[in-house]
Design a protein around this ligand. Structure first.
Ligand code: SF4
Length: 253
């Protein structure tokens, strides 16, 4: 049975900080919707948490990530490319890239310059192309060309941090990890499910309170909830499945 994988290490440099996403030019305006602060509200009961995730499960029994990939290797590459980029933007570039290079060996054969061409529509593409080549080399040299199955090993790959490891362990290997991106960070704080000042705090808080039976899909339910319902600027509380349970004082229902 899959287990929760925890590490004592702090979030890697470059991990998003609390308050993400930022809102340039709105420093003194209304930061509340964009800067969820850890809720001081009453903690959720175990029954309430079970109820919330039962509703997510009923509405979407098999949630899927939106990053397109063909195997654990292409998933790893897609996640590395997705830093500070949208899934849709990454998919647009990787469809053609993965058609010619879906293994570390083929990626090396393609070479950094050509990888750069394929991904030039993605932010930070020069550095990301370097990382894709370097991580492919390392996979071949140290892991027999396979994506490793431990957090420490994945985090040792160029361009891969804690979030990458959590996504790969969850989606490729079915581990009960919780990758915290900007959406999960916001939802964890607003709802009061797992208040925290850092992504790591929210991650560990969510792992602690979410029952094991929901952990395989919890990451996707929360991401999709944040992306399509609990929006940063205008949360759609009126259609929110958990609006009666949410602790956010500013919810609109
Ligand atoms: S009620 Fe509103 S703030 Fe609370 S989780 Fe739902 S959409 Fe987000």
């Amino acid at each position: 049975m899959a287990k929760i994988i925890r590490s004592k290490s702090a979030a890697k440099p470059g991990a998003k900080k609390p308050g993400i996403p930022s809102s340039p030019g709105k420093k003194a305006g209304k930061p509340k919707a964009l800067k969820p602060k850890p809720a001081k509200s009453k903690a959720w009961t175990a029954a309430e948490i079970h109820e919330a995730f039962s509703r997510f499960r009923k509405a979407n029994p098999e949630p899927k990530g939106e990053l397109e990939h063909l195997n654990p290797y292409t998933l790893l590459v897609a996640v590395v490319l997705s830093a500070q980029a949208t899934d849709a933007g990454v998919n647009k570039a990787t469809r053609a890239l993965f058609a010619v290079a879906d293994t570390p060996e083929k990626m090396l054969e393609l070479g950094e310059e050509k990888v750069r061409e394929y991904i030039k529509t993605i932010g930070l593409y020069r550095n990301k192309a370097k990382n894709v080549i370097a991580l492919s080399e390392k996979l071949i040299a140290e892991f027999g060309g396979e994506v490793p199955r431990t957090r420490a090993e994945i985090e040792s790959l160029p361009g891969a941090g804690r979030k990458t490891a959590n996504v790969v362990l969850n989606m490729a290997y079915g581990e009960h990890t919780m990758a915290v991106d900007t959406h999960v960070f916001r939802v964890g704080n607003r709802t009061g499910l797992a208040p925290g000042n850092t992504p790591l705090e929210v991650e560990l808080g969510l792992e602690k309170v979410i029952p094991s039976e929901f952990m395989l899909h919890a990451h996707h339910w929360l991401i999709l909830h944040g992306r399509y319902t609990c929006l940063a600027r205008k949360p759609r509380c009126e259609v929110c499945l958990i609006n009666d349970l949410c602790r956010w004082p500013e919810k609109t229902v």
